[in-house]
Design a protein around this ligand. Structure first.
Ligand code: UDP
Length: 377
């Protein structure tokens, strides 16, 4: 006899799998997770390349980083992390610079030998003419933070490639993701208390999360609103919100990525896990070399694997929401429709149309579980 489905979860990324785990273990109810892909983990999915045995993140390098103790304690029930610290470099005019922009970047780019104080005075001087009461877009904000020369070299064309838009048409808060430092610290996530790569890869975390007899997982299934499985209590939808309503109010702008993978007969191709290519003359935005994410593993020294990352507008494979004014207002119309569906909630990066990091997604799921627990216990 088929098991009764208490909760239906659409999408097997972090939001869906964390909720499934909580519902099965704490609420002790049955969960069915469905996903349109043939694997678990959403965009965090990692797999082992068969030839080189190198584990890589199929949808782009993911570094787990958080300062939230609740998230950190929770995720450590399902994995341990290595001590990887993320560092990013930028390849500009055949030179390598540190990212985010720090004292090393400033000194080598301007051929100076500033100390932290002098560098700050210098950057303030070259950027003060861009001061505004309110920054209306990405470019205004970035130029005020770093001045036009650094902006033109490292940010402008990279952002055009990554987002497929003029930075003047992008929200200013995307730039908040990029710190500016007047010291030599090159730890990309230095402000986070914890960071690392899961010792057994990301996919293993998801397998641990759903390892419960109350959870069933089915792949290659598209969710339709008149879906054949009717849960007893609630459907939790984590896919794109515009797709849920068949794009009735129009397609929300999404940025998507593709990756070209190659195996190289070298132990080490670029010496680090990610190098950004900000110039338009390179069609890709960055090159990933996943071998460097697991310094604790004894990988084959004859080969390495690289992935070139390209951005595009394929809304059928959404990655990044383009959260400008017009998309936000379309999103609100969809949200209003969601509220009319009985026993139905949404969450996660795609359904919330939000640029969440992994830890924020996990936290959102844990918080949502508190609500579910109160209501269905
Ligand atoms: N960015 C840039 N140059 C860089 C790195 C980032 O212009 O070398 C901009 C770009 O617009 C990007 C944003 O900063 O979308 C946020 O960067 P982050 O590294 O957080 O992007 P993610 O790794 O999430 O794709």
């Amino acid at each position: 006899m088929k098991k009764q489905i208490d909760f239906l979860i659409v999408g097997a990324g972090f939001y869906g799998c964390v909720l499934a785990e909580r519902i099965a273990n704490i609420l002790k109810k049955n969960v069915l997770i469905i996903d349109k892909r043939d694997h678990i983990g959403g965009n965090c999915y990692s797999e082992i390349d068969q030839k080189t045995k190198i584990e890589y993140h199929k949808y782009g390098t993911h570094i787990f980083h958080t300062s939230n103790i609740k998230v950190w304690n929770y995720i450590n029930n399902f994995t341990k992390f290595n001590n990887y610290r993320h560092q990013v470099l930028s390849h500009y005019r055949n030179n390598i610079y540190q990212m985010p922009i720090n004292l090393e970047t400033i000194n080598s780019f301007f051929k100076k030998n500033f100390n932290p104080h002098d560098a700050e005075i210098f950057i303030r001087k070259i950027s003060k003419k861009f001061k505004k009461k309110e920054f209306l877009n990405f470019e205004e904000k970035a130029k005020f933070q770093i001045g036009s020369k650094l902006y033109n070299a490292f940010i402008k064309e990279y952002t055009m490639k990554q987002w497929g838009k003029n930075p003047k048409d992008l929200p200013s808060n995307i730039f908040n993701r990029l710190p500016l430092r007047f010291n030599y610290n090159e730890d990309y996530f230095k402000n986070c208390k914890w960071q690392g790569i899961p010792l057994n890869g990301y996919t293993d975390i998801f397998n641990q999360l759903i390892d419960n007899k109350r959870i069933n997982f089915e792949t290659n299934i598209e969710f339709k609103n008149n879906f054949k499985y009717k849960p007893k209590y609630l459907t939790i939808y984590t896919g794109p919100i515009d797709k849920l309503f068949n794009y009735r109010f129009g397609i929300l702008d999404w940025r998507s990525l593709t990756f070209k993978k190659s195996i190289i007969k070298k132990n080490d191709v670029q010496g680090t896990s990610v190098i950004n290519y900000p110039e338009l003359k390179y069609k890709f935005t960055r090159i990933h070399e996943p071998k460097h994410l697991h310094p604790e593993r004894n990988y084959d020294t004859n080969y390495s694997l690289i992935l070139k990352e390209y951005s595009n507008d394929n809304y059928l494979e959404p990655y990044y929401p383009i959260n400008n004014k017009s998309n936000r207002s379309t999103y609100k119309r969809y949200l209003n429709e969601v509220s009319k569906i009985k026993d139905f909630i949404i969450g996660g990066r795609l359904a919330d149309y939000a640029y969440y990091d992994m830890d924020m997604t996990i936290l959102a799921a844990l918080n949502k579980f508190n609500y579910i627990l109160k209501k269905y216990n």
